[in-house]
Design a protein around this ligand. Structure first.
Ligand SMILES: [Ca+2]
Length: 191
């Protein structure tokens, strides 16, 4: 009887330990997932804010390098608060994502277009998906599998969401179900 009691206790301890591990794993999953997804949801509003900031900046004529009366779009460091805060190099970090604005070469082109990408500071930890917006104001997302874009070590460089071979942000962001220059399929997103 004593022997079977010991075995019963051992199995109980094992079961409790297994349950504890399962609960811990579930808790870790529940804690990390919402942060990742809320970071991703945050990006949509931030990029729409950035779009409004770029429009306001151009309209203000704060930059008019060729003095033709038409303002040019600016980099993050040119824009109003809160975009200027925490800008390092060309990037700003917000809620686990890096944001970077790209401008085309040529003053006339900078009067017409820009693009901004947002990608995770630490892919798989602070976020998964990558996002892009340009002067047209629509936010697009892509899965960022790999990951393609991951912090400062693996950044977007400007033309990735455009057609293969496109340079200087010419054309449109590819969103018709075909792959863009980075091999991803970008889809419009509302959040
Ligand atoms: Ca100008």
């Amino acid at each position: 009887m004593a022997r079977s009691g010991i075995w019963t206790d051992s199995w109980k301890e094992l079961a409790i330990a297994a349950l504890a591990v399962a609960v811990f794993a579930l808790a870790a999953h529940l804690i990390s997932r919402p942060r990742v997804s809320s970071n991703e949801v945050n990006v949509y509003g931030k990029l729409k804010d950035l779009w409004a900031a770029e429009d306001a900046f151009r309209e203000s004529h704060a930059l008019d390098a060729d003095a033709d009366g038409t303002g040019e779009y600016g980099l993050l460091a040119h824009l109003d608060r809160p975009w200027v805060e925490g800008v390092q190099g060309d990037s700003a970090e917000r809620n686990g994502y890096l944001y970077r604005v790209f401008l085309p070469v040529g003053v006339d082109s900078r009067e017409e277009r820009w693009a901004a990408y947002a990608w995770p500071v630490e892919a798989g930890i602070t976020g998964n998906r990558c996002f892009v917006i340009n002067q047209e104001g629509q936010v697009y997302q892509a899965p960022n599998a790999g990951p393609l874009y991951d912090g400062e070590d693996s950044p977007a460089t400007g033309d990735e969401a455009y057609a293969e071979g496109s340079t200087n942000l010419e054309g449109s962001i590819v969103s018709d179900g075909f792959e863009s220059a980075d091999g991803q399929i970008w889809t419009p997103t509302g959040a």
